[in-house]
Design a protein around this ligand. Structure first.
Ligand SMILES: [Zn+2]
Length: 381
């Protein structure tokens, strides 16, 4: 069926079309036409009135562990399906289920399950591949990962899964890391610095080997000192992209502002780092086999260490609208086109443009999600 959305503020890369319209097809799963006026509907077209709300490309979450009571490490179709539906209800149309530092066989079971979900599809946001967070990380910046299963970089663990692995978060200073970074780079897989004690100098070597991304910048890495710039300094002194968790808990809002200003809106990718409590009430949960307490919007281990978040990308967008002077297209770039570019999918995802996949989110005027379409199909909860 062909559908038309009318009376929408359509968010493009560099501007907003006020009172525009967009035609898309569920059968073709594609956007047909975007217009700066209200196109006239044809017979048998479903008409959707946006009532002056905003229409954006579907958001892409490249770092998300769980939601709705399930975790990627559950390694079940049911888990990924539930997570996919929670995400869709928040305007996310595709994602990278993210693994944790656990035993080798558990990680591989999760990867196997992700491969299956990518092939067979889910009822909500689509699985594009996976982000592997650990186990090749530093014991000194363990965060909420489990140190018992931490291992040195080895090429064999992920080699059979290069068809689904998109991002690997690892500590570049650990013995064996450079060889792995080079191999990932050859397979167009992003090596991302995170959970790492690397110095500024150690990162330079990794950068030469192809590491060009930072996992949840600031959290679980060497900070900025004016004589020891660390990984944070290296992030600002390179062309690498950075993940940012804008829940206003992982860092101060001033840090969100200057990070985006210094890196530029095309170098920042907003992520949720969401765990299984995402979309549920506050209380006791689990992340990577450890107890997590969710209270006042923060997820923490019993020790008080932050353990992912219960953030969703629609909330991250609203947070940035509130605490920055960025324009709406600038903010949306960081949840749509930038992740699409990182995943080499910007030719079909991340833009509202004819020929692009019909992954769409319709917001009201306050940026609350009204409808989400994945490949042209409306996802109902
Ligand atoms: Zn994470």
């Amino acid at each position: 069926m062909r559908k038309i959305i009318k009376n929408a503020n359509i968010i493009l890369e560099d501007r907003i079309i006020n009172n525009g319209s967009l035609i898309f097809s569920e059968a073709e799963a594609e956007i047909e036409k975007v217009a700066a006026y209200n196109l006239s509907e044809e017979a048998e077209m479903e008409v959707i009135d946006a009532r002056g709300g905003y229409l954006a490309p579907g958001m892409i979450d490249t770092h998300i562990h769980g939601g709705g009571g399930f975790d990627t490490m559950d390694a079940s179709a049911e888990a990924l399906n539930k997570i996919s539906k929670v995400l869709a209800s928040h305007g996310v149309t595709s994602f990278l289920p993210t693994t944790m530092t656990m035993a080798r066989d558990k990680i591989q079971a999760a990867l196997q399950n992700i491969r299956q979900a990518k092939k067979e599809g889910t009822d909500g946001a689509q699985v594009l591949g996976t982000h592997v967070e650990g186990p090749f990380i530093s014991p000194d910046y363990i965060g909420a990962q489990n140190s018992e299963n931490l291992i040195k970089p080895e090429l064999e663990l992920l080699r059979d899964f290069y068809d689904v692995v998109e991002i690997v978060t690892m500590a570049p200073e650990v013995e064996g890391a450079l060889a792995l970074i080079e191999e990932l780079n050859e397979h167009k897989i992003t090596a991302s610095a995170g959970h790492s004690a690397a110095t500024y100098e150690e990162f330079q070597q990794a950068y030469q080997a192809g590491m060009d991304h930072f996992t949840h910048l600031y959290n679980a890495m060497t900070g900025l000192h004016h004589r020891k710039p660390g990984l944070v300094g290296a992030a600002f002194d390179s062309e690498a992209t950075v993940e940012l968790i804008v829940d206003l808990i992982h860092h101060h809002q001033a840090v969100d502002r200057f990070t985006i200003q210094a890196k530029g809106v095309d170098r920042v990718i907003l992520v949720s780092d969401g765990m299984e409590a995402t979309g549920l009430e506050e209380g006791e949960y689990e992340l990577g086999g450890q107890k997590v307490i969710v209270k006042d919007g923060a997820a923490r281990l019993e020790s008080g260490v932050l353990a992912g978040s219960v953030l969703t990308l629609d909330q991250a967008v609203r947070n940035l609208l509130e605490v920055t002077d960025l324009t709406v297209p600038e903010i949306f770039r960081m949840v749509t086109l930038n992740p699409a570019e990182k995943l080499n999918l910007a030719h079909k995802l991340g833009r509202l443009k004819s020929g692009y996949q019909a992954d769409l989110v319709l917001f009201d005027q306050n940026f609350k999600v009204q409808k989400t379409f994945v490949k042209g199909k409306e996802i109902r909860q």
